[in-house]
Design a protein around this ligand. Sequence first.
Ligand SMILES: Nc1ncnc2c1ncn2[C@@H]1O[C@H](COP(=O)(O)OP(=O)(O)OP(=O)(O)O)[C@@H](O)[C@H]1O
Length: 502
Amino acid sequence: MMAALQFDNISKVFPGVKALNGVSFEARPGQVMGLLGENGAGKSTLLKILGGQYKPDGGRLVVDGQERHFGSAGDAIAAGVAIIHQELQYVAELTVAENVLLGRLPTRFGLVDHKAARQMVAAQLANIGVDLDPAARLSDLSIAQRQMVEICKAVMQDAKVIAFDEPTSSLSHRETEILFRLVKRLRSEGRTLIYISHRLEELYELCDACTIFRDGRKIVTHDVMADVPRDRLISDMVGREVKDIYDYRSRQQGPVRLEARGLRSDRLPEPLSFAMRGGEVLGFFGLVGAGRSELMRLLYGADPRRGGEVLLDGQPVRASAPADAIAAGIVLCPEDRKEQGILAHSSVAENINISCRRHGLAGGVFLRHAQEAQRADDFIKKLRIKTPNREQEIRLLSGGNQQKVILARWLAEPGLKVLILDEPTRGIDVGAKNEIYKIIHDVAASGCCVIVISSELPEVLGISDRLIVMRDGRISGELDRASASETAALALALPDGATAAH
Ligand SMILES: Nc1ncnc2c1ncn2[C@@H]1O[C@H](COP(=O)(O)OP(=O)(O)OP(=O)(O)O)[C@@H](O)[C@H]1O
């Protein structure tokens, strides 16, 4: 069948960065084409060209047999192309129907015909199997529901090509299933779908074919995704062999270092307790809303404690604010790094060094500057942060590379004793995940306690010495490394009666 979409020798240059370098590949109607590649490989830039946000510096874009030169997002929409971006674009104060039909709302006697709009959108939502009230305001919806609104909009615009940029990074398991069902349905209607993700399991489940990027170049297109072994995908992406991504090594464990005794909060149904040793990596697993982040926020002083105590090396830590916890050596790298603490217009180096500055390290201005530069360069190298140099503004980095910078900031914290990482590898490529796991090992091996919260079960199982599973705000069980398995962890995480096939 004819390609619905063709990229032919596409290039795009930003100051100091060749984001795309002569990329060519095609996608057919009724095909889901996965795009894979390390952070900064150029995937989102390609989608922005496809969506009319950027103009390519060279090459041809062919949609539906016609060469296109999009000057704006509107041009792309008119040509039947819709992009579901990482950061969704909607008007929070308008309703579902108003968002879907934005710019094309039906009118009656010169006024917007809200009833007709709602009926039109209700019909389309039913048609694509999405259960949403067209009169609901976007501000009242979950991220997953807002995404459904975007997809409904794309279908109503009769988009023949729909591209998704990491759509599942903020979705729960159930929401992901709903999305997948919808994507498969769009495929069966003969649309051409492009799908970016760092989660290999997802790509295997959803994609028919895949194209791999590295450093702005296309490395290969595999026409049959299912035939490509996992190791091959990884080595094509990172340009080297990664034998065991989790790289687990046992560590010497010291005496109990951190103890949470009967911690209570307004949001948790019962007091929670656990203890861990220095040198230990303790994983916390549970479904979204199980209470893992709430518990960590209590440890960190981000939420008020209503009872209980935290002991570090036998001494009580009275953290009524995160600054107290940090001063005691307890650091939390939050899940939503974008909203919590990115200094968008500051450089990579400044973003890495702000916590060290707070500690006012000794030495004159010049010495400090040199130390900061060194620290920034070390992390850029260690975490393979793709940036022209340490002075680049962080907002100009790809999504995954911004995550790495923020992670580096917490890893650079002086006096670290307890490191709490909430979803540390979300949106991060496999090569860098491997680096992050090595760093987690090193931090623990130096005698610190490392707590990792992750929704990716293979990840927590792969790196933790022990796993605590939470459900409905309670600790539902504990598994040591020898007895931990996906089935055992899911049995503890899922509501009673649900099967592990969930
Ligand atoms: N507006 C911009 N100005 C300068 N550099 C940019 C700009 N947009 C992207 N880049 C750079 O272009 C390269 C490709 O970025 P892109 O966002 O396409 O990567 P990606 O493959 O989508 O990565 P990720 O998996 O992290 O989302 C990166 O080095 C990024 O820093």
